[in-house]
Design a protein around this ligand. Structure first.
Ligand code: G3H
Length: 266
């Protein structure tokens, strides 16, 4: 079943309350979408698929129109997800920087997604708050969830590139979520985008816990998102969830699995 924003909100509220996490997988190819939806159904689990701006541009093909690309991926996922009755699958826009504001408005107004991410983390703090709040204002009218970010997550994800890591400070996180009203919040806690990770990553579970405790103490329902999860061990992911993470983002993992499968076939 394809989840709308309201249905996805309930999934995240339950996740926060009962301490479980949703895997958010970056997709573009139908084979990967089918595989993930079958996996969710087999486990009778809800899940989230997400598309980066690069994926949307790829799907747009020769039209070079991101609105066309997003419609194409959204309809494909809706058709595939609706073939299954024991799992709900939402669709999210990953890492949309402020220059994609109009694109976000388009996907929200046209009901193509369940949630969106506005990533203005490279803007000054106050500007990040202003832009994120603007997206929340539009999204609220349509019941679509919004994810925001402060701090820098090291590595590269499409057009977001950072050579440095800037850990999210709990007090700033609280101020950001209270002033913007975002539903989900990406924290920089030691993971990085891309392939270099795994056991060598120092995952700041203490920081996740501090942020989560502070949000709960202030009656804020916002869920914490862990980016750059490809290559993390199962234990690392479970520890993150236990300490407050409700959404775990993976991208590189699927490119690698896809490449390995194609190579093996040939
Ligand atoms: O938003 C997407 C993720 O943070 C992807 O990171 O490619 O390291 O899995 P990853």
């Amino acid at each position: 079943m394809f989840l709308n924003g309201g249905q996805l909100k309930k999934v995240f509220q339950k996740a926060k309350r009962d301490r479980f996490g949703i895997i958010a997988s970056n997709v573009v190819f139908d084979g990967i979408v089918r595989g993930l939806c079958q996996g969710y159904e087999n486990k009778r689990s809800d899940g989230l698929l997400q598309m980066s701006s690069g994926a949307v541009k790829y799907a747009a093909g020769d039209t070079k129109d991101m609105n066309v690309g997003a419609t194409f991926i959204s309809k494909m996922i809706e058709i595939i997800a609706n073939q299954y009755k024991n799992s709900g699958v939402g669709l999210h826009i990953d890492h949309a920087t402020p220059n994609y504001f109009d694109f976000l408005v388009y996907v929200i107004e046209n009901g193509l997604v369940s949630s969106v991410m506005i990533d203005a983390s490279h803007e000054p703090f106050e500007e990040n708050i202003r832009i994120s709040r603007e997206v929340v204002t539009v999204a609220r009218k349509y019941g679509i969830l919004v994810e925001g970010e402060i701090g820098y997550i090291k590595g590269s994800e499409d057009e977001i590139v950072s050579d440095t890591e800037l850990y999210t400070q709990p007090e700033e996180a609280l101020e950001y979520v209270q002033k913007t009203g975002v539903d989900l919040f990406a924290a920089s806690v030691g993971t990085n985008h891309g392939v270099t990770k795994g056991a060598n990553v120092v995952l700041r579970l203490d920081l996740i816990k501090q942020i989560d405790n502070l949000l709960i103490a202030n009656n804020v329902e916002t869920g914490i998102v862990l980016h750059g999860a490809s290559g993390l061990t199962a234990q690392q992911q479970q520890d993150a969830i236990r300490n407050g993470v409700v959404k775990i983002n993976k991208d590189t993992r699927y490119q690698m699995e896809y490449a390995i499968a194609v190579q093996k076939y040939w």
